[in-house]
Design a protein around this ligand. Sequence first.
Ligand code: PLP
Length: 394
Amino acid sequence: MTYLDYAATTPVDERVLEAMMPYFSQHFGNANSLYKTGRDAYHALEAARESIATGIGAARPSEIVFTSGGTESDNTAFISVLNRIAPLSAGGGHIVASAYEHPGVLNVLKWLGKQGYETTLVSPCSDGFVHADDLEAVMRPDTKLVSIMHANNELGTVNDVKALAECAHSHGALFHTDAVQSLGKTAFDVQDLGVDMASFSAHKIYGPKGMGGLYLRRGVNFDALIKGGGQESRRRSGTQNVVGAVGFAKALELCLEERDEEQARLSALRDHILQRVTESLENTQATVSAGKRVGGIAPLLINGVEGESMLLQLDNLGYAVSTGSACSSGSLDPSHVLLSIGVKKEIAHGSLRVSMGRYTTQDDVDGFIDALIPIVERLRAMSPVYQKYFGKES
Ligand code: PLP
């Protein structure tokens, strides 16, 4: 199989696995136990926290709360903070997110709307970015929290989070960013960007699934979402996933060490795909093609064919790609991300997201392009829609 869906998940790097192994059965203790095995686990957990804090430029390790992943971090950022700073019992307030967030943000926003908060979605522009002017236009005196993702998972576009956070702060609102797709791929420093909260996930950076983190700036008022034994300094109860934390920290360390070279390599592969596919197939375009983007994501719109049909035929030939985000690719609805940037429904159906990573080679990419072209030509030849709207007059 040629795996080209690294934005959905990544394999665990061997070096990460090696770092994790001793914590499965040798240092297996509960990080809250007072005897030696427990203390060993505690030290590993705290070393991981410190390493991640340093990796994201946090002022102190205690600003990292370990969670089960990006979705839990996103949910926590909203629910835990709003419970404290704007409880519904005191009238709630207004919250803002971008329209192309991951469902981990969008669905919690929808739920909070049903509970009584006022919510606004700010649309990104057709270039794939959320601009501070557009955020400014929806801010209100009662806006309590703004959440705008750093890198988008379908387009790869990297938002100017510093400007967006400044805008939120100028109105007295807190700012959260979902940095799941940007961590380890582009510069991310919480103090430089000025964010109050940020969500991370280990499985997008060659770490284990079910492991993530929330950066919570000291001073942000917070009420634990998961209540219980009071672990994570009473911010997230449950016996800590020490082996996951060790893997997450090692994964981030490796990504940061290799980032610049790796991102340059992946950007070149992305540009190669976008160029060769759009040159070889008419009525095909890069969904976005300019501005700051993470390296490995090549988003394509191939008119007149269903993304799912391409995906299944590519799968038959051993290529794993996606039509959009992993979460929406199981449904036949066009991607909310594409609709949010103004792509028409009919066109959005022909979306293909190719995402590359650490083990992707130039041969993989060329093999994929060589496989894709005849698939699209065959599907178009059979498609009455394509013939009607895009076919040549006979
Ligand atoms: N946020 C973004 C931008 C993502 O791409 C994803 C995963 O696809 C998530 C959040 C969810 O992360 P997790 O799978 O760790 O819950």
